[in-house]
Design a binder for this molecule. Structure first.
Ligand code: GDP
Ligand code: MG
Length: 647
């Protein structure tokens, strides 16, 4: 009977070697390539269990080597154990890998090597860490399995352990057992009541139905009573079933331990009643390999998908990264390209009014925003000629009084009086255009800088230069505009001049009230006049002829004022359009080239030295792409096999 079992296991194992082994090799290869770092989960057997339930002992039994065992928590970091069967090895080969280190070790030295690597990772106290340690065991006859041993769950911190040890450990365990790809190997001691196990509670949180949980019951030798009933009752929903084992005790060798185990389950009056298909380490090894292979086969399509996604994501990220500039020629080329891209963007925003680059950002819809500003500016100008004196014609009369000469005829309208009045009024509103151009340039500066920074985002080292050059540039443009405004205002104050027919038209309308005024202002206290409505005129009686002159002047200046305001708005508007055009088409390039290329190309030189962060990112992406490509090949080779091997 026992012989038949053993033979069966060997037969399974040889068919396993033919078919499943290549898949495991591939997955192992993926693991070596560290695809997990790329966020791709590989099927893993995760060993969980309460403290001292026998986790390390089970792993020992599977690997046929001795692991640190003892009181308190010995397993303080996740230990990834990769068992690889190598029939041609006469001696087992062991090595530890962690933090980029590879430490060859031996069967005798393994316990110490793990202990000191653990100290290295988690400190020499009783603290724990989630940085894993990998133990590779190549040995003849060992099952091909990759398993993770995790710190055991403990409710109460022992002396020297951090207070939150329970939370720390559960976090690590959760991290490993949550992914659907994980197979949970729940280690339960036969000496305890299963439903009270902390590890059962945790695995049920992530695998309620138990479909990816296998239980291994240790210490069968210590509590044989009722064990059969416990595993048949399955009070704790173990979907993949139970395997009862007896691990190495004391100083037994691996072979002795297996012989004792066999004997125990064959001869013990209670234990021998348990079905042979669920007892012993060889059965456990076989079950685990089958489960692992099936799980891998199931996950492969998903792994392929994830590798492809990650690969194309990284490739496009690398494509979008700035070029690494090797020479001054490269820098000049990239800089000029950047400049022409920026110029085109600004042309669209500031001149043509095409906003497809910033469809949802109204603050960048520059032609529209500048039109708003111009509207606001013209709306803020007095469209009707303002008067400094509320009383009808009194402002005019005061000016006329001052302007009268000894040689002028009393009813002759002195031109200088008109000009005095005009200058005063133009001056009163002259701050408006100045404020307007300040505002427009401040806005244009924002747009220009934003566009330039956007197009130079890959070269942050020259952005301060670009910003400064833009500020200088806009500063010059602004000064130029302010000079222009000053000159425009000066022109308006220098003379009264227009050929616009609207002037005469408006004046004619206003003069429609002339006769009524001259005839009646003397005798009446108020009059209705075109363009004014009803006005008080009583106070004019005393000014006689001067009131008539004042009336005449008032009507002229009112008609002329409309012309002045319109001319100002149009001139300033045209000036801004023209200046912005000049900025985009000529000045920006001149300034930036002058500043960044300059006589010694100092700015461009900066483009050549890449920031360490960018260099590191590029390197990381390159490595990751290489790795993913290799992973893709590895997976492609086995995909066909899987389809035919595992149903
Ligand atoms: P871990 O904390 O879960 O890793 O548990 P260990 O593997 O360190 O085992 C705890 C103790 O239980 C050790 O003293 C082991 O020798 C003992 N032990 C483990 N498995 C068995 C078993 O099957 N039978 C007996 N008698 N003792 C065992
Ligand atoms: Mg342990």
């Amino acid at each position: 009977m026992a012989k038949a079992e053993a033979k069966n296991v060997t037969a399974l194992s040889s068919s396993f070697n033919d078919h499943i082994r290549p898949i495991l090799d591939a997955v192992d290869r993926l693991r070596q390539l560290k695809v997990m770092q790329e966020g791709i989960e590989l099927p893993t057997i995760v060993v969980v269990g309460d403290q001292s339930s026998g986790k390390s002992s089970v792993l020992e039994s599977l690997a046929g080597i001795s692991l640190p065992r003892g009181q308190g928590i010995c397993t303080r970091v996740p230990l990834i154990m990769r068992l690889q069967d190598d029939p041609y090895l006469s001696q087992p080969q062991l090595q530890l890998e962690y933090k980029d280190k590879t430490i060859p070790t031996s069967e005798d030295g393994i316990a110490d090597a793990i202990a000191s690597a653990t100290d290295d990772i988690a400190g020499s106290g009783k603290g724990i860490s989630n940085t894993p340690l990998t133990l590779v065991v190549r040995k003849s006859g060992v099952p091909d399995l990759t398993m993770v041993d995790l710190p055991g769950i403990t409710r109460v911190p022992v002396h020297g352990q951090p207070e939150n040890i329970y939370e720390q450990i559960s976090n690590i365990i959760m991290e490993y057992i949550t992914p659907k790809e994980s197979i949970i190997l729940n280690v339960l001691s036969a000496t305890v009541d299963f439903p009270t196990c902390e590890s059962i509670r945790m695995s049920q949180q992530v695998d309620r139905t138990g479909e990816r949980t296998l239980a291994v019951v240790t210490k069968a030798d210590k509590a044989p009573e009722g064990l059969l009933e416990k595993v048949t009752a399955d009070d704790v929903n173990i979907g993949l079933g139970y395997v009862c084992v007896r691990n190495r005790i004391g100083d037994e060798s691996y072979e002795q331990a297996r012989a004792e185990e066999r004997k125990l389950f064959e001869t013990h009056p209670l234990l021998s009643r348990i079905d042979k298909s669920i007892v012993g380490i060889p059965v456990l090894a076989q079950r685990l390999m089958q489960i692992q292979a099936a799980s891998i086969a199931k996950s492969l399509p998903d792994i392929v998908k994830k590798i492809n996604e990650k690969l194309s994501q990284n490739i496009s990220e690398l494509d979008e990264m700035p070029e690494n500039l090797g020479s001054m020629g490269d820098a000049v080329r990239v800089f000029l390209h950047m400049l022409s891209m920026s110029k085109e963007s600004l042309r669209r925003l500031l001149i043509r009014g095409e906003f497809d680059e910033f469809p949802d950002d109204a603050s960048m819809h520059a032609t529209a925003r500048m039109a708003d500003m111009l509207d606001q500016f013209s709306g803020g100008l007095p469209s009707d000629c303002p008067s400094a004196d509320e009383r009808f014609l009194m402002e005019e009369i005061v000016v006329l009084e001052e302007a009268k000469g000894i040689n002028g005829l009393p009813n002759f309208l002195p031109r200088n009086a008109f000009l005095i009045l005009l200058r005063r009024k133009v001056k009163d509103m002259s701050h408006g255009p100045g404020e307007f151009v300040q505002k427009v340039w401040a806005y244009v500066e924002e747009v220009v800088i934003r566009v330039l920074l956007h197009h130079s985002e890959n070269y942050p080292q020259i952005q301060p230069l670009i910003r400064r050059a833009s500020q200088n540039l806009i500063g010059n443009m602004r000064n130029h505009s302010l000079n222009f405004i000053r000159e425009t205002i000066e022109m308006e104050m220098a003379a009264d001049y227009t050929t616009n027919p609207d002037y005469l038209k408006k004046w004619g309308e206003l003069m429609g009230g002339h006769d009524a005024f001259t005839k009646n202002y003397f005798g009446q206290s108020s009059l209705v006049l075109p363009g004014f409505g009803e006005v008080d005129v009583g106070h004019l009686r005393q000014y006689a002829a001067m009131a008539e002159q004042a009336f005449d002047m008032r009507m002229r200046i009112m008609a002329y004022w409309k012309i002045v305001v319109l001319r100002l708005v149009e001139t300033v508007g045209l000036h801004i359009i023209c200046s912005v055009n000049r900025l985009v088409e000529r000045e920006m390039e001149k300034e930036l080239v002058g500043d960044l290329v300059g006589p010694r190309m100092a700015g461009l030189e900066r483009m050549l030295d890449e920031s360490p962060a960018t260099a590191a990112k590029r390197e990381r992406l390159r490595k990751s792409i290489e790795l993913l490509k290799e992973s893709k090949e590895v997976v492609a080779v086995i995909m066909d096999r899987v389809v035919t091997t595992i149903k």
